[in-house]
Write a protein that binds this ligand. Sequence first.
Ligand code: 5GP
Length: 205
Amino acid sequence: MHRFGAILIVSGPSGAGKSSLIKAAKDHIGDFYFSISTTTRAPREGERDGVDYFFVDQDSFEADIKAGEFLEYAQVHGNYYGTSLKPVREALEAGKLVIFDIDVQGHAIARERMGDLITSVFVTTPSLSELKRRLESRGTDDEEIIKKRIQNALVEIEYISAYDFLIVNDHFEKAVDSFIAVAKAARLKKGRKQALSFINKWRGS
Ligand code: 5GP
């Protein structure tokens, strides 16, 4: 049977460890495509265009919005972030698990458009004070930006109930195991169309 892919959305405050979890799990969750978002924020030290994000200016982002390029987009911490539809569609057609690292607004929009294919997980630190500590020790952002991220986290945390799974990133190894389990479950999720086509084939064989 041709297997259509599935989507795993990972959200949570900046500094909760989403990227580290995805990196640590990557050899244990089978073939997947990590959706590279487009953003108007400036690259951090060590980030590369086309690897971490596609870094663009505001005019170019707004032109893409008009052209209907995005599956979803949102403003986070005063910058635009968006997921391009085309590469996601191609990866899904190739039967891959597609992983999005997007914020809570993007999750809500993607659910509305492709909810049938989506499994979602919210990743957070055990406490607000631990989040502050991690953002400060990361040393990549100045004080103003850290403040914005904390304020945003206080809002984002309220959306946990909209997610299928919650991972509290306290002990990293344990969190990685949980993330692997969630990614495997996401692959097994079946959309309505897939279910109907399976029923028809099953009956006729
Ligand atoms: P950062 O600037 O730390 O890389 O990301 C800031 C926030 O933007 C994170 O919560 C991240 O999940 C979110 N984000 C990254 N890419 C996208 C995207 O394509 N769409 C949406 N809605 N949020 C995104």
